[in-house]
Design a protein around this ligand. Structure first.
Ligand code: AMP
Ligand code: ZN
Length: 662
């Protein structure tokens, strides 16, 4: 196989694996093997820029930066949808359709109305050429590079696709991914995002496509547009789109009567709470495309389709008081305390008010009757105030000016939605929060010590920083509430064990603002030890891959603070890992050699084999190529063995021979 064929082969394989994983949800190789294939392709492409392909699977990771998004005119206008809210609305619509078509013989496809950001993607000869946002319906922004990073969007189609067409869909951020993103943001000291829809649409307009690539976005497709489509109904169209490799959720239903439509609506109004993503209604479409054409469009929307919007679950209740919580980073969050009320199956007592601007915007006051809604967020939110029910003489809410915990005056920096308490070393929730973060699972992972015990130890004056944990003695702990000899021993042991935790986790545990897990890993890998990091200038830091100005400033500020330096020194004398551990190899007999394992291994597992190779200085790769030195064959080896034999440059080993090599 020549280089160009090899590259194409890898691309084909990777497209298929992507499809299996992200569209079918049934991967057929391990993540590791996938990464190795991808890496192999990346290396080949880097060496052979002459074989560039705008739709290579390597582009999924993003990297291209767009300063200004081009405005592009849609080939087919992107209409809006008419909305309906009741059975009567739907009955009227059906009547209109029967009249216009002069027949009662109409079928409908019912689909879910995905609540995300709409997108139009153009394919030519099976290749993705362009993706454009809806914009005003006539023209939108070209966001092709960002869309290409969404793994369920096919870059290369399969089957019998039309030569040229547009496809429409919705870019979605499923709830689990959204929550995970928010947990990470909060852990990094950033404000959580408000809801999945806005976050999805914001993700499309990020300038750095590598950032978009990191977000767990999905694309669900629902409509093809072309001058000659190879099908005659909407239902067939969905089926075909699926066959071309698009992700088309399976919840659509072909029905023949208004009763079926109402049944579908009623079913999803309840069932939507079990979907992994948000929908805001259903869309009903006349199934037959000839009938659609006959019905045509109004100035705004197709006559052949109708959205049925679910009512957001909303209840009214009384706002009893507003309290202010202080987070680990000092961020103040106002929380509404409500007269308990039942909403979407749970009793709600508290709701989020987000920040001072939100309170001012709603003009919400204690004593008001307020409307509470539950969206994709975990905590419900106040969406409106029933001003007509306002009690006489109520005063606008005055946002607090001082910290409710330590009375320090709050600060608010420009561009920040939140107020902060700047007293980070003495304000109790901040001090406790920092220690709780330090002991958390992803940081120092201290067993035998929980968040409440941290608060207790602080209140008893036994610790004021996480470095103090290493001074604790059993004698100090045993007398405390709910403590005994055994639990005290566990605590001390847990603390001692944390001295073995890797540097990158320690760095995350320090709780430097904006230094989350990933950034901590990057910094640990780059600087190798704490001294190098502490010495790094702002400029040095900014030069590290993926470290921006904001993070660099925060890191610098942290180490410029004497109190932090004192804590670091204390941790250092306690024996905490402040260096990246270089893996010690068992030997380097395999140095510079590459290995691939194929067939059914009987003497060791694949993972163990990889480990052995790496432990002895070798590397495993995932495909037979001219770079491969050794192919280790188990039972029933197949195509890889043939390929290797054909190449003639690969040494073929049995499992036993491999072990002997070591
Ligand atoms: P609206 O924005 O309320 O006018 O609703 C129209 C939008 O609904 C379209 O632009 C699509 O982005 C979105 N939508 C979501 N799911 C569907 C679907 N299954 N069929 C058509 N449009 C949909
Ligand atoms: Zn405070």
């Amino acid at each position: 196989m020549n280089i160009s064929e090899h590259i194409n082969q890898l691309r084909k394989e990777l497209h298929q694996h992507n499809y299996n994983y992200y569209v079918l949800d049934t991967p057929t190789i391990s993540d590791y093997d996938f990464d190795m294939l991808l890496k192999e392709l990346q290396e080949l492409e880097a060496k052979h820029p002459e074989f560039y392909d705008a739709n290579s699977p390597t582009l999924r990771v993003g990297g291209e930066v767009t300063k200004n998004f081009n405005t592009v005119k849609h080939r087919y206008r992107m209409y809006s949808l008419d909305n309906s809210y009741s059975k009567e609305d739907l009955l009227d619509w059906e009547k209109r359709i029967h009249k216009l078509l002069d027949t009662d013989d109409v079928q409908y496809t019912c689909e879910l109305k995905y609540d995300g950001a709409s997108i139009n993607i153009t394919y030519e000869n099976g290749q993705l050429v362009r993706a454009v946002t809806r914009g005003d319906g006539f023209e939108g922004d070209e966001v092709t590079t960002n869309i290409k990073t969404i793994k369920s969007v096919p870059l290369q189609l399969q089957g019998d696709y039309p030569a040229s067409f547009d496809i429409r869909g919705e870019i979605m951020l499923p709830l689990a991914g959204f929550q995970k993103m928010n947990e990470e943001r909060v852990a990094n000291g950033e404000d959580p995002y408000m809801n999945p829809r806005n976050t999805a649409s914001g993700s499309l307009k990020l300038q750095d496509s590598a950032e978009t690539a990191k977000r767990p976005l999905e694309c669900y497709l629902y409509s093809l547009k072309s001058d000659n489509l190879p099908f005659t109904t909407q239902a067939e169209g969905l089926e075909k789109a699926r066959a071309y490799g698009f992700k088309v959720p399976k919840h659509s239903k072909l029905v023949g009567s208004i009763d079926d439509i109402l049944e579908y609506v009623a079913y999803w109004d309840v069932e939507r709470s079990n979907l992994p993503y948000e929908i805001d209604g259903v869309v009903i479409k006349v199934n037959n495309l000839a009938q659609q054409e006959e019905l045509g469009y109004t100035a705004k929307a197709p006559r052949w389709a109708m959205a049925y919007k679910f009512k957001a679950e909303r209840v009214s209740t009384v706002l009893k008081s507003i309290s202010y919580q202080v987070g680990r980073t000092g961020a103040i969050t106002p929380v509404a305390n409500l007269e308990p009320v039942l909403l979407a199956g749970t009793t709600v007592k508290r709701a989020s008010l987000h920040n001072a601007d939100q309170i001012a915007k709603l003009d919400v006051r204690v004593g008001d009757t307020v409307y509470v809604e539950k969206g994709g967020e975990i905590i419900p939110k106040i969406v409106d105030v029933a001003t007509e029910k306002r009690i006489e003489g109520s005063e606008p809410t005055q946002y607090i000016t001082h910290c409710p915990e330590c009375e320090t005056e709050l600060v608010r920096t420009e561009g920040d939605a939140k107020h902060y308490c700047p007293n980070e070393y003495e304000c109790a929730p901040q001090v406790i929060g920092k220690i709780q973060h330090y002991i958390s699972r992803k940081a120092l992972d201290i067993e035998g010590l929980g968040g409440e015990t941290v608060a207790l130890l602080y209140k008893e004056g036994l610790i004021t920083t996480y470095a103090d944990l290493y001074d604790l003695t059993e004698a100090q702990i045993i007398p405390l509430e709910r403590m005994a000899e055994k639990s005290a021993q566990n605590l001390i042991q847990g603390v001692a064990a944390s001295k073995k935790v890797a540097f990158e986790k320690v760095l995350f545990g320090l709780g430097i603002r904006y230094v989350g897990e990933t950034v901590a890993k990057k910094l640990a890998k780059h600087y190798k030890n704490i001294d190098a990091l502490m010495d790094a200038t702002q400029e040095d830091l900014e030069n590290v891959e993926e470290i921006g100005v904001k993070i660099a400033e925060s890191v610098r500020a942290f180490f410029d603070e004497e109190r932090n330096v004192a804590i670091i020194n204390k941790l250092r004398s306690a024996g905490i890992q402040f260096e990246t551990e270089e893996k010690e190899l068992a030997s380097n007999v395999l140095e510079g050699k590459t290995f691939l394992f194929t067939g059914k291994l009987t003497q060791f597992t694949r993972d163990a084999a990889k480990e052995m190779v790496e432990q002895n200085g070798g590397k495993t790769i995932s495909a037979v190529s001219s770079k491969l030195n050794y192919l280790v064959v188990g039972e029933k080896a197949g195509s890889k063995l043939k390929k290797a034999e054909a190449l003639g440059t690969v040494t073929i080993l049995t499992e036993t021979e491999f072990l002997e090599l070591l």
